[in-house]
Ligand binder design. Sequence first.
Ligand code: NHR
Ligand code: GAR
Length: 224
Amino acid sequence: MPSDHSRSPSIVVLISGSGSNLQAIIDGIEANAIPATISAVISNKSNVKGLARATAHGIPSHVLDHTQHTDREHYDLALQALIDEYSPDLVILAGFMRILTSSFVEHYAGKMLNIHPSLLPKFKGLHTHQRAIEANEAEHGCSVHFVTPELDGGPIIGQRKVTISEHETEDSLASKVQKEEHFLYPLCTRLFVEGRLSLTDTGPCLDGTPITEGGLDLTDMDDL
Ligand code: NHR
Ligand code: GAR
């Protein structure tokens, strides 16, 4: 069969919660800014808002409950089998809260992205907003990176920064950062599905040019 160059790139999105980043990507696709299709949304938790968002936009959704699996290896094998039914070009972690095994991550090498709520390499792991405030940081933000086995340690594609103000709370900072996430993730998704982003042996590239360590500072971009 001849290959179908007209097929738009397929994305599978993994979530655990509200799915506001999923929504931002759906909006980018529906506005014709991102030339791709979300083939499925998968959550490890049932009854989360992100699942309703998928349904509202006609996207197939699945719950794969990690508590129903004996260990991470079995869970990740089931997750991989479900994802691969859709043969995606890109897998997006959008608030997905389960650490993934190395063999799972390596299966999607160079085609799995995560958004992390900090200016990596600062504040890997959880509770990033509170930790940034406690560390008296002047700035904070979000990062999109290729997923590698090292948790939150994969090559950074881009970041957006926010200023931490004097009376900042965890909640106020989280909402400032999320607003930036909702621009950064659709932008990085667009670049990936346009074939402009790649992960090479020497690191990530945009349009064939290496991205410097720390990623692109996309804070001042205002058009998707
Ligand atoms: N897996 C690998 N191998 N590499 C990465 O870079 C990953 C990953 C899985 C998820 C997202 C990440 C984040 O952006 C992510 C990146 C969950 C935890 C965690 O501790 C940490 C980091 C991230 C996601 N999860 C607990 C666990 O035991 C469960 C926490 C909960 O359920 O609330 O899996 O921050
Ligand atoms: C986002 O802020 C994302 O950066 C963060 O969870 C939120 C998910 O929101 N991710 C992590 O903390 C990963 N461990 P959303 O479900 O509304 O997109």
